[in-house]
Ligand binder design. Sequence first.
Ligand code: ARG
Length: 460
Amino acid sequence: NTKKLWGGRFTGKTDPLMEKFNESLPFDKRLWAEDIKGSQAYAKALAKAGILAHDEAVTIVEGLAKVAEEWKAGAFVIKAGDEDIHTANERRLTELVGAVGGKLHTGRSRNDQVATDYRLWLVGQVEVMRSEVGELMRVAADRSEAEVEVLMPGFTHLQNAMTVRWSHWLMSHAAAWQRDDMRLRDLLPRVATLPLGSGALAGNPFLVDRQFIAKELGFGGGVCPNSMDAVSDRDFVIETVFAASLLCVHLSRWAEDLIIYSSGPFGYVQCSDAYATGSSLMPQKKNPDALELIRGKGGRVQGNLMGVMAVLKGTPTTYNKDFQECWELLFDTVDTVHDVVRIATGVLSTLRIKPDRMKAGLSADMLATDLAEYLVRKGVPFRETHHHSGAAVKMAEDRGCTLFDLTVDDLKTIHPLFTDDVAAVWDFNRSAEMRDTEGGTSKRSVLEQVQKMRTYLAAE
Ligand code: ARG
């Protein structure tokens, strides 16, 4: 234990199982670059504070660059006692530059160091997630514009409801993705807030310039305002995993729609071969596995959210080793989201749509609301027109025909204001075009939604 960074007061050996239980290097070595960047900035701050001579700081910064080279080349050798990425890098630095390496950790704790490393890493990951979601939105906008003429049944309760544009459906999902993107944008400054310079919990006695470190590392959110909170706070993990979970909920619902639409009775869409798989037994099968996996991964990421929240709850103020349990859940979340969004983009950009099948899904009863609205335009209160149109639906149902088959005379028996011009109602495209308010399913409105999304994407 004398070899350990903290070994001074220890005489007994660590149980080998405890060694393994305690170590985080197998996963946090992923942060080697961030850990080195953070240490380089800290060495400069120590020099600025007069704790390191200029040449000592240069030696340390250059030594750290050599350690980074080793990681990059895959040549870094992990040794027994390298508990985590912080101890591993410091151990190697001291081997390379000698005793002066031992000055690097002055006033610093792994508590402010670890939070700094993960925040630094996560900022980059959130930015990548945003560009992935942006690409998905772009594909949705492009398809929506190109396929704006295509009509399909819109559902509520999965029951035939009203005529909508296929593009309107697609943009409805893109609207949720846009909120996800905004959520990621909004949480970013809270991730990019600097804990370093907080010490173990009480602050830094060597008066390192925290604003300087924040600038060096590109922390746009400034510095954590309270050193105890700085080492205690894992909100940046929870918030990101939450935003990721909600994004996955949205993608899961999108996938579920497409799974339904690709099923035999619907047949509105077909996944390209690149994102489907077959059956080992049934030769005819083409299963939407990519979409099912997107739906399933949503459950996994949501589990991670419950995991990080449960780890945090009940821990006393400042740092506790429990926190180490958050990292693998965070890594898994970020990795999963990258895959899910990229696969979703692949599925969407290669999806085949079948406008004829969608059209065939439109049924006359989906114009019952339009029939009621016809009477509204003749001055009848909507509550009454709803009943008159309902009576027409019942008449058709009783006769075993559709609304289309009712004559004007039939309709006149329900209400005298039904006249010849009622024939115009029996038109699905007209029904869609009538809904021309902002956000509606008219062609103009859907194209406007596309345009607004493009404006947002261009500005972000
Ligand atoms: N591997 C640790 C973690 O991930 C680093 C911080 C350790 N700090 C400490 N005081 N033991 O949380």
